[in-house]
Design a protein around this ligand. Structure first.
Ligand SMILES: [Zn+2]
Length: 475
């Protein structure tokens, strides 16, 4: 007897070593937090009986999506950091100066709800103050890898002019390192392994070499992934050249920190040789297309990295950038931008994007034995989509199917009706069962309003064009 059988559904297993593993009339049997069997409905029903049967007629089952890089703690900035030439100093810093733990917590919960409602079941989330709202991830029931961001840059010194070396503050750095250790002690492999921890030095230009070395040792000793914004822009590279006389990636290589535990985020200004070096040493890359495009006008070199490595994942990054934690959007935007960059529509086809959001993403974050596909023995992280939506019609099977292109280019996440994470149904009929959604909305709306009350003056002072746009009714 198993706990649950999903039956009569289209099943996209992603278990195929190259493709997407589609079963037209499939079923998935779940016991505890594991998948017991996946196959044709008739075959599964012959083998198993269940406490609960979920009918999947007109629906599709697939593995939950994996967001390999996010900062849910700044979600409360949604809609305030785009359409500007300097999003970080003119928009994020004034808001960050007024950000408190309550606002971080409220914004994070909204982003987690949004992500679950759009099919995400695993989120790699790195934040300053992560220790103080990691309880969100525990409560809502998402699978998460959490990092307490470590940096040495006090906020008031973060606005330093380009061309001047950032002063690194040891006290700020030690405090964040201490909280990073506490987070690991408290949450790593907690909640039956659903919550794990990683390390996130904010950027090579924002931590000292000593702290980086300590974090490298911690990563090696405990097998923790190191999530690092790397070669993100010329400003970072200039800082590295001023401080160490080296570009970011060669510096990291000399520190001995390029290895299979490194998750290199963005890589927007990495050279071809640097990409090759990362690939050769087993590092993974995370592509955050929506965020990089909106805040910096960048299309990171994911296609180029793919020439040398298959360790690529996608991430939503931050709502102040991409404005959403929706991975269906991220799959489509990633495909579209890379096609435009390469001037070749064959680049990043639909099946590839779907793999990046599932099995290839799982491989990049070292969790392919647990998640990323629907297979016997894997964790039961399953989403069910309603396929009887206008924008997914027609669905045709022969001579070839349009299913996978429809999932990537037409679906938008609103089709996700049910989400099971670690064997527990977290969302059903589009209602999240673990938190009170109206309370989440009320709380984040209130915290957003309060934050802007505190930060509004500084924001307007630093962005005179906003006042003009407001007068002209453009905001
Ligand atoms: Zn980031």
């Amino acid at each position: 007897m198993v706990d649950c059988i999903f039956q009569n559904a289209i099943v996209v297993t992603m278990a195929d070593s190259l493709g997407c593993g589609v079963i037209q009339d499939g079923a998935v049997a779940v016991k505890g937090n594991c998948i017991i069997s996946v196959g044709e409905t008739a075959e599964i029903l012959k083998k198993y009986s269940a406490h609960r049967y979920i009918d999947g007629r007109g629906k599709l089952l697939m593995p939950g999506l994996i967001d390999a890089h996010a900062h849910t703690g700044v979600s409360i900035f949604r809609g305030y950091a785009q359409d500007t030439e300097n999003w970080m100093s003119s928009r994020v810093f004034p808001l960050k100066g007024a950000l408190d733990v309550k606002a971080r917590q409220a914004g994070s919960m909204v982003m987690l709800c949004e992500a679950i409602k759009a099919g995400t079941t695993t989120m790699v989330d790195s934040n300053e103050e992560m220790l103080f709202f990691a309880g969100n991830h525990v409560k809502i029931g998402i699978r998460a890898q959490l990092s307490h961001t470590v940096h040495a840059l006090p906020l008031e010194k973060a606005e330093i002019e380009d061309g001047t070396l950032y002063p690194l503050d040891e006290k700020v750095e030690q405090e964040s390192l201490e909280n990073c250790r506490k987070l690991i002690e408290q949450y790593h492999r907690s909640n039956y392994g659903r919550i794990t921890c990683g390390l996130c030095p904010l950027g090579l230009d924002r931590v000292s070499a000593d702290t980086l070395r300590v974090m490298g040792e911690l990563s090696e000793k405990q097998g923790l992934l190191m999530h690092l914004h790397l070669a993100c822009g010329n400003r970072e590279v200039r800082q590295m050249q001023m401080r160490y006389g080296k570009r970011s990636i060669p510096f990291l290589d000399e520190m001995g920190l390029i290895n299979e535990r490194l998750m290199a985020i963005h890589l927007s200004v990495a050279t071809e040789e640097e990409l090759q070096l990362l690939a050769k040493k087993g590092a993974a890359m995370v592509l955050c297309s929506g965020s990089e495009a909106i805040v910096d006008g960048n299309i990171p070199p994911a296609a180029e990295f793919s020439h040398y490595s298959s360790r690529l994942a996608i991430g939503s990054d931050q709502t102040s950038g991409g404005n959403t934690s929706n991975l269906f959007y991220e799959m489509k935007v990633g495909a579209v931008l890379n096609k435009c960059k390469a001037k070749n529509a064959a680049v990043f086809p639909a099946w590839r994007m779907l793999r990046l959001a599932t099995i290839d993403g799982a491989r990049a974050i070292g969790m392919e034995r647990e998640i990323g596909s629907l297979e016997r023995g894997k964790k039961a992280d399953i989403i069910m989509l309603n396929m009887e939506e206008m924008h997914l019609i027609p669905l045709v099977w022969e001579p070839v199917s349009n299913l996978i292109p429809n999932l990537v280019y037409a679906a938008n996440g609103s089709e996700v009706e049910l989400s099971m994470i670690d064997g527990k149904i977290v969302m059903e009929n589009r209602r999240i069962l673990t938190v009170d959604e109206s309370e989440v909305i009320r709380n984040a709306s209130e915290q957003g309003r309060k934050l802007l009350e505190r930060a509004g003056g500084k924001l307007l002072e630093k962005n005179p064009e906003i006042c003009k746009q407001k007068k002209e009714n453009k905001l």
